[in-house]
Design a protein around this ligand. Structure first.
Ligand SMILES: [Zn+2]
Ligand SMILES: [Zn+2]
Length: 268
């Protein structure tokens, strides 16, 4: 029995003898099945060819990503906090070096995930890190491919994790969420956004899409809802899902002017 992993989106599935017939996440219109067809791997095989690279992004903020890139190519974040360490978003591979490094700084108090594209090996990570609770929004629970007792689907608009707040924004997925950490950046705050919003290449704006690979935009109502959901929180830095896609300063104003630009562009 194997926990197969989809090589396109990096999602780990429940145990089975044979690879699953399809990946529902890749079959969905927000993702894609490659022209070469569906392929599968597992964590042991992945560990022979890939490793995790850590980068210190700021004081108390470490990004983790697979090298070479795998699946969607996202970065996860290990955030050191006053109430323990939070893993924001997740990756397909857990390696021994990362496990030891996390244990050495006190383990994980929680795993918090923005949306189904980054569920990856969330239950495997929890098992490797003391069965840390895994917070996902209940509106996306239908997309879970490997469940476990650590899973904590949450409902409503916000979830407090110590001093951090998960904020439900919707848009890309019904339960798409971001994480606000007010103690970072010397108390000016940071926002971790997955791809609920995407930091643009000039790192001065964010944008909003239902699907990035398939270029499906969001409507005005959804973009306004995302902007309004984060408006009550103060943040300087915006960390999105991909390497280098970080807004360094003036985060609140960046979201405001990005929503304004987007709404202006789609106005009839
Ligand atoms: Zn997939
Ligand atoms: Zn996504």
């Amino acid at each position: 029995m194997t926990h197969f992993i989809c090589t396109t989106c990096g999602t780990q599935f429940s145990e089975s003898d044979e690879p699953p017939p399809t990946c529902p996440i890749c079959e969905d219109d927000r993702q894609f099945v490659p022209q070469s067809g569906q392929e599968w791997t597992d964590m042991a095989t992945l560990g022979q060819t890939h490793s995790l690279v850590w980068n210190e992004e700021a004081e108390g903020v470490h990004s983790l990503q697979l090298s070479p890139s795998f699946g969607i190519g996202q970065r996860a974040f290990l955030i050191e906090g006053p109430d323990g360490n939070i893993l924001w978003d997740c990756l397909s591979l857990v390696d021994e070096a990362s496990k030891a490094r996390i244990a050495a700084i006190g383990g994980l108090s929680a795993i918090a995930i923005s949306h189904p594209h980054f569920y990856s090996s969330m239950i495997g990570w929890s098992a490797a890190c003391g069965n840390a609770p895994v917070h996902i929004h209940a509106d996306d629970a239908q997309w879970v491919q490997r469940s476990g007792s650590a899973l904590r689907p949450w409902t409503g608009e916000t979830l407090r994790i110590g001093q951090a707040t998960m904020i439900g924004c919707g848009g890309h997925f019904d339960g798409s969420s971001v994480l606000h950490c007010p103690w970072l950046e010397g108390g000016r705050g940071a926002l971790f956004v997955g791809d609920t919003m995407q930091v643009t290449m000039d790192r001065r704006f964010v944008s909003f899409m239902r699907s990035y690979p398939n270029l499906i935009p969001l409507d005005a109502k959804a973009v306004t809802a995302i902007s309004q959901a984060v408006q009550p929180y103060r943040f300087e830095t915006i960390y999105s899902a991909f390497p280098g896609r970080t807004v360094e300063s003036d985060g609140n104003r960046v979201v405001e002017r990005s929503a304004e630009r987007y709404l202006k562009a789609i106005a009839s």
